[in-house]
Design a protein around this ligand. Structure first.
Ligand code: UDP
Length: 237
């Protein structure tokens, strides 16, 4: 298979790592995700990955109720660093060399985010895992994906979530909900579709960076996206 893309930004939600569990990191889930990522890396596709933290802590979660929002958000960003380390470890087991770069300084644990260095790692064939989101409270890791994707010159953001695309309504509640195969940024923003927050969507739109939303739990979905096949939903200009 000839990959459609040379360089991608893969956004993995924290929930992808927890699999069927209620929270935390599920070994089997992380291993199956990494197996697909490894297959993509072996095709020569350069992969930057942004990992979420929702499986450990979310700033707007009920557990954070009563907390100062910024404090809760810093906790959320620290959670993404833990996920990044777990992801790097699983990649090492799969024979993939990766580097973790963090937007918050935790120098004894991971190196700081340095754009030029990240790009060099990508050119060397290493997967770069971007941790700690944007490094700022009040943002999300989806926005971090849009930001890092733009910075590294990725051709596309691949948003791996638990649903297999963007629907006209919540498919778990509305049987008539239709999956969009393609949707424009303007439509996704104006319809307020819960695919990504508006900050992430507008940044991608401004940077002309398309997004493909797909299910991380569907086998080979990532490989199909990489092959340029119709999978999930493509958000285009
Ligand atoms: N977060 C933040 N700034 C960022 C990225 C993340 O404050 O730039 C915090 C925020 O509290 C968020 C949590 O980290 O709820 C986990 O990130 P996110 O919810 O995006 O993770 P995902 O849903 O992808 O697991």
């Amino acid at each position: 298979m000839t990959p459609k893309y040379k360089r991608i930004l893969l956004k993995l939600s924290g929930e992808a790592l927890m699999g069927g569990d209620a929270f935390g990191i599920n070994r089997q889930s992380i291993e199956s995700i990494v197996a697909e990522v490894a297959a993509v890396a072996r095709m020569g596709v350069e992969i930057g990955a942004v990992i979420g933290g929702g499986n450990i802590f979310r700033g707007v979660a009920p557990g954070a109720a009563g907390m100062d929002r910024a404090t809760a958000d810093y906790m959320g960003m620290l959670a993404t660093i833990m996920n990044a380390l777990a992801l790097q470890d699983a990649m090492r087991h799969a024979g993939i060399v990766s580097r973790v770069q963090s937007a918050l300084n935790v120098e004894q644990v991971v190196e700081p985010y340095i754009r030029g260095k990240a790009i060099r790692y990508l050119e060397e064939g290493k997967v770069v895992i971007f941790a700690a989101g944007t490094g700022n409270p009040f943002f999300t890791t989806d926005t971090a994906a849009a930001l890092r994707g733009s910075e590294i010159g990725a051709e596309i953001v691949l948003k791996a979530t638990k649903v297999d695309g963007i629907y006209s309504a919540d498919p778990t509640r509305d049987a008539s909900a239709q999956r969009y195969r393609r949707i424009s940024f303007d439509e996704a923003i104006s319809r307020n579709l819960k695919v990504m927050d508006a900050t992430a969507l507008t940044l991608c739109r401004d940077q002309k960076l398309p997004i493909n939303v797909f299910s991380i739990f569907k086998q080979n979905a990532l490989l199909r996206v990489i092959a340029g096949e119709d999978e999930g939903t493509l958000v285009h200009l």
